[in-house]
Design a protein around this ligand. Sequence first.
Ligand code: UDP
Length: 260
Amino acid sequence: MKKGKKLYEGKAKIIFASTDKNLVIQHFKDDATAFNNQKKANIEGKGILNNRISEHILSALKDANIENHLIKRLNMREQLIDLVEIIPIEFIVRNIVTGSLTKRLNIEDGTKLNRPLIEFCYKNDGLGDPLVAKEHIYAFEWASEKEIDYITEQCMRINDFLLGMFKGIGIKLVDFKIEFGKRKSDGKIILADEISPDTCRLWDAETDKKLDKDRFRKDLGEIIEGYQEVARRLGILHEQTNNIRPIKFPKPIEVKIKKK
Ligand code: UDP
């Protein structure tokens, strides 16, 4: 699959055209941003890990009949995906209260929710992705009522699936953000973007140690190690590929052979 011109560059990913008009190439960068772009960093190897983790999760979802944009991973940083028109809403699914919700409603961090909570945020960096009601989505025609009902149902199915998947590897799925789009080829609404430690909160089940982007947001250090731990538990990273940083070989020693 040949890479065409750059179509769009976001904070952590770039979208390139492909030779098929209905497919595009999604490239994962090492760039990380937080707090509406105020905090920025380059985390070496993050893009490679997110590409692999998102591929793993989206393939598993596809096997469970949850349609999404993934066609196949192409290389270390890129995957071939369906071209979609993204619905300008971030769908946040929460199982445990943390992050912005603790402050907004003054709820204790770590409170378990009896049922998953779905929130809608309008995708707009200039406004800081504000929380909106379903009625805003309908009033401004960002999506129809029928579409939101379908997406909400998909969010619950995805949450059920991911909760089980992470539980099996000793990880609590605290919350996550997903995006949906209309597939160009047939107009169907499908899961798009990515699912990775950049977009989920993942806590070790025993210690509550954070294994996700909060390590960057909260300056906890060992960011890449957290992502690697998720990949390792998912069975993606094997021992020999554990070191994703380029190996620096020492300069060859010059050996002078004396002529006799
Ligand atoms: N999230 C995301 N992108 C965003 C905002 C949130 O991936 O632009 C994810 C975030 O990683 C977390 C969940 O959505 O898993 C809920 O985030 P919250 O609203 O608590 O965000 P905060 O403001 O605390 O970062």
